[in-house]
Design a protein around this ligand. Sequence first.
Ligand code: KG4
Ligand code: ZN
Length: 385
Amino acid sequence: MKILAIETSCDETAISLLNISGNAHSPRVVILGNALFSQVAIHEQFGGVYPNVAKREHAKNLPILLKKVLHESGLEKKAKKSLISQRNKRKAEKILEREHGLYNNLIEYIDSIRKPHFDAIAVTQGPGLEPALWVGINTAKALAVLWDIPVFPINHMEGHIVSVLAKNTSKEKLLFPNISLLISGGHTELVHSPKLGAYSIIGKTRDDAVGEAYDKVARMLGLPYPGGPHIAKLAHSSRKKKLKNHWEFPRPMLHSNDLDFSFSGLKTSVLYSIKNKKLSKRDIECVAESFEDAVTEVLVTKVEKALLQYPSKMLIVGGGVASNMHIKQALMNIKEKHPRITILFPEQSLATDNSVMIGIAFYIRYRNRNLKTNKTFKASGNLGF
Ligand code: KG4
Ligand code: ZN
């Protein structure tokens, strides 16, 4: 089945064309084309993501990326004459008008090529920044009208869970029951899944997300946005040099009776510890290591607790922070206590936001006959499972 997938929930504009086959537990995923534009450099100057800046950039780049992905996958074949009805063009225009004409010549471009053979369009509905989500949704709806194919809203967090299957050649298989740890700039959640397509959140952050804490601490240390990879690098360097100068940071909610997290106190503790101090490069490396150690201990402890409460065959880790090697290693060590558990991480390049995961989430739901759609679905910033 050929799927066009679109993701614009935060600061990555992504579109991909996938050919997915096989059963829902273990789909075979072939990436025919994949284009992604990261707005990181644009948001870096503000130290965070502004929704309206993100929206403008998505609208500017989505048509460019669509063209690229069609070209890459050999599906951009010039049409000899226009094949799209005036009625459908008007409908698409009306949908795109909602974005104040930000899309440059999208309809003219689609009208200039032959209809490519896709079976469906999958687009992120939420959670995320609503103005940003709308750009992807309206583009998807307009394309669905122009090409006369169905469009389906997909949950971004479900995408992160199934992102572990992105390079699958039918070897990886989802096992149930399972637990997912979703750690990104916007979310920190533990999700229990008793069967395919069924999820319940069993723990979440009460304040900052892990990635957000990384980004905020990085900012305090004068590092660029997004700070996660920079802190990780400094922490790694400190560990390698065996710098002993450790900083005492708290492990918030480590022994709480629930599976919730809190990272705001940890971030504040870093702030007070370094306030009015002139830090050397070595100090900064040590702060990074001590901060990362605190985060890691909390994550591992909560996952272990979750596995005791919800015995599982599989642990899935997703979201941008899943690409952190130290956290990854510490989570892999859980196998010592749970030797029968399978632990899956996404490919490094597909841990952060991407559209491949959105296409996979769609396929799994489609095969599992677990899809809801209507032509009027809306962006949902706080979409839950
Ligand atoms: O999943 P993602 O791309 O976007 C959201 O949905 O938030 O995650 C981005 C987050 C950022 O906060 C970034 O600092 C963090 O993931 N991140 C990392 C690493 N790589 C990205 N945090 C820690 N270590 C890393 N290696
Ligand atoms: Zn994400």
